[in-house]
Unconditional design. Structure first.
Length: 130
């Protein structure tokens, strides 16, 4: 099960860590279970929250090369291919990749990633945790 530090969730949501703590206390976000140390946010819960709370902001004009840090909200695998959907702030990015690549990256709802976009190609990379 994927989990994020409160500060990581706050950065993705563009809110303060205190806001994330309040949302955990109120049940608006689910806390990760079985995590030793400081409280953490359940990755799948955060992904669902970002989908339901995503603002209806217009797409901004960007340069030809873009990098959108975000969180995986959906993965559909079939025999050869996988569809990966990422919520990156107000942007929803979809990538079609080989199933083998999705499996190697262990992509699932709640995993932190970045979508790198050039023209019509979307490359997904795992985010480094600090």
């Amino acid at each position: 099960m994927s989990h994020l530090r409160i500060s990581e969730a706050a950065e993705l949501l563009d809110v303060s860590s205190d806001t994330v703590r309040r949302w955990l206390d109120s049940g608006r976000l689910a806390a990760a279970e079985g995590v030793r140390g400081p409280r953490a946010v359940d990755g799948a819960s955060l992904a669902a929250f970002m989908v339901s709370e995503a603002p209806d902001a217009p797409t901004q004009r960007q340069s030809a090369r873009n990098r959108f840090p975000g969180i995986v909200i959906r993965v559909e695998r079939d025999g050869v291919m996988a569809l990966v959907e990422i919520q990156a702030g107000p942007h929803r990015v979809t990538s079609l990749m080989s199933r083998e690549s999705a499996d190697e990256l262990q992509l699932a709802p709640g995993v932190l990633v970045a979508a790198l976009i050039k023209s019509t190609n979307v490359v997904v990379e795992l985010e480094d945790r600090k």
